[in-house]
Design a protein around this ligand. Sequence first.
Ligand SMILES: Cc1ncc(COP(=O)(O)O)c(C=O)c1O
Length: 389
Amino acid sequence: MHYAQNASFLEGSATLLYTARAASMKAAGADVISLTAGQPDFRTPKAAVDAAIKAMAEGKTLYTPSMGIVELRQAVADRWSEVHHQNYKVENAMVSCGAKHSIANMLEAAVNPGDRVLLPRPYWVSYPQMVRRLGGISVYPESDGMLITGDDVRKAAAEGATGMIFNSPCNPSGLVNTMEMVRDIAAAVRETGIWVISDDIYEDLYYGSGQVPHILTADPGLKEQVALITGVSKTYAMTGWRIGFAIANPDWIRIAGRIQAHTTSNPCSISQYAALAVVERQAEDERVQMYNAFKRRRDLICDLLDEVPGLAFEKPEGAFYVYPRIVTDKPISSEAFCVSLLEEGGLGTIPGSAFGSEGYIRLSFAASDDDIAEAVKRLNSFLERGDFK
Ligand SMILES: Cc1ncc(COP(=O)(O)O)c(C=O)c1O
């Protein structure tokens, strides 16, 4: 049989692969510590669980409108209107099965075969695969720094890019574009007229002061060409509930909504009621506790890594990842490095190659203090041996 070209070339998710490999070694009794997790190591807040139980007891277990229940779409429009000083309405908001699904829908609504899409590098693993699935062409920042710049946008647009994905705080680096950089990016977006998918899934895990620098803060008038992607997964430890949001101009949302209607119908009805509770801020105490824990662990892991020779990293300002470069005078394969670090050093991490940047590894600090301390010890011993590939 001949399979569809775009689909058959898709690569699996390396983050899921390494996470699963570390988990299966652990399950088989191996002494493994895993810093692979892309999710909070906390329980979902009670308000969400209670709302889900109530929804089930009340029989809210049938199909919902495909773009999500109106109460949740309204609550999303209200909350992110407040965050961005906008005036979003129900028709600006759509609920999908996780932020990943929101991004896939919004991309599908925007990308024609052959379209060029500017992605950050390092990038979240799924972006290039999502673009490839649609027959689009991923292009990368010319500056090749850790964060996208306004000139990268200008250059990509001059070479035909029609849109871009922006992700700050960034997975895998945890780095955040400064307000000055964001202003320049916003100016470039305005000059070039390209569309932007702003993947804001880590916006509430920002360790700087105030709100994370955002394109719509820099230029609120860009709201017609900027789609916001956010959700409850990371902020409220709700990765398994599969709820994400897209907020954009009503045409973009309507087209993406039709894609969703013909693929998944609606996101899980019960999860939507659970998400409604937290979007309405019924779990702010837990949110703040989790945020504080991540911020403290960020400091802990950075202090410990500072003492490890052979690593170079920038302190992350958001998310729950740190992304050190392995400093060696020989070129290394981050994949081979991570495999031997796991198998011989008993530490699970994700290779930079998964994020399009060789020579780095991603460590997640969504883990206990003890695991973080032991993990850094193991990494140090492994580096001291020095016989990695
Ligand atoms: C940058 C980024 N965007 C989107 C997502 C998807 O989030 P969700 O679990 O809500 O689909 C993730 C999850 O790892 C992520 O890291």
